[in-house]
Design a protein around this ligand. Structure first.
Ligand SMILES: Nc1ncnc2c1ncn2[C@@H]1O[C@H](COP(=O)(O)OP(=O)(O)O)[C@@H](O)[C@H]1O
Ligand SMILES: [Mg+2]
Length: 219
């Protein structure tokens, strides 16, 4: 729901530093990052391999902790939340899409979307079934619901992963090189789908990418 009242950012990063390792092995992955990400934003995070994209995405979604600085995620200070509350935020308000899809190989497309909904405890079985079907349909895969990941193309697997992320209706979707493992045409189709979802639902997207196509489409 949008209003004319100026809302606080969906996510803000404030003086974020992240280092790995110690002494001569120390790597400064992030140095003093300050970003405000508005609700409904479609943000592309671009940079060569090793430039800190995954580190930044993991920190803004509370998967990893910064060495210094703080993150506000939907107005909550992530560093002060107990692990339980962090887990709730991630399962309710955040969808994560990965480069290598991360589907469960022994489950068919439907179950890959359905089971997380039930396991998170936010949906009863029948509601979860309806949602899983609805969102598989919305990514054009209703007819492929009985297939396991190994029987789907890369682009189709990524669509299942997108349906899985969408099914929770999270306010924020984070995607770490979602087209990095796909050919150009399939990757473009996936990006079109993400742009469409952003327009239709107002879901905030933060996407790391090498794709020049996406850079042009991002706001
Ligand atoms: N768990 C880790 N331990 C040590 N160094 C890491 C770790 N994760 C990332 N790095 C280093 O941090 C830097 C940023 O990595 P990363 O965020 O993965 O970049 P990108 O996603 O842009 O390729 C790189 O120099 C990488 O080697
Ligand atoms: Mg990365």
């Amino acid at each position: 729901m949008r209003s004319n009242v100026k809302e606080l950012s969906a996510i803000s990063l404030n003086g974020i530093y992240k280092s790995y390792g110690f002494k001569e092995n120390k790597v400064d992955a992030l140095k003093n990052i300050n970003i405000e990400i508005a609700h409904g934003e479609f943000l592309a995070l671009c940079g060569p391999s090793g430039s800190g994209k995954s580190t930044l995405l993991n920190i803004l979604s509370g998967i990893d902790k910064p060495s210094a600085g703080y993150v506000l995620f939907l107005n909550k200070l992530l560093s002060e939340l107990p692990e339980n509350d962090l887990a709730t935020i991630r399962s309710k308000h955040l969808g994560f899409i990965f480069q290598f899809f991360n589907l469960i190989p022994v489950l068919n497309a439907f179950d890959n979307v359905f089971y997380p909904l039930v396991l998170n405890g936010h949906f009863a079985t029948n509601a979860a079934k309806e949602r899983a079907l609805h969102f598989l349909d919305s990514v054009g895969l209703a007819d492929f619901r009985d297939r396991k990941p190994g029987q789907l193309s890369g682009g189709q697997q990524q669509r299942v992963a997108i349906a899985r992320a969408l099914a929770h209706q999270p306010q924020v979707i984070v995607a770490d090189e979602p087209t990095g493992n796909l050919d150009q045409a399939t990757g473009d189709a996936i990006m079109d789908l993400l742009v469409k979802i952003n327009h239709e639902t107002g879901t905030t997207f933060i996407i790391s990418t090498h794709s020049t196509q996406l850079k042009e489409r991002a706001r």
